[in-house]
Design a protein around this ligand. Sequence first.
Ligand code: SF4
Length: 71
Amino acid sequence: MYCDGGKVFVEKEDQCMSCKNFKKGVECPLLQALGFGVVTLEGTLYVTNCGFYSEYKRHLNLVNEIKTDEE
Ligand code: SF4
């Protein structure tokens, strides 16, 4: 995670990538604090043990290929 030009960028190494709070956008207290300028971030920080982390689980399943009469 790093800040550039007033924007917060999350990287694939960050725990946030699988966090429900990140998927929902605005429910992360850290991202909110950074966004509002309440806290600042110098350099790069990899989020690995966040106390607000909530695992995001996908509920999509792969389905078998559907055959049509045209094949
Ligand atoms: S709650 Fe923690 S892990 Fe989740 S998006 Fe915010 S900083 Fe990342």
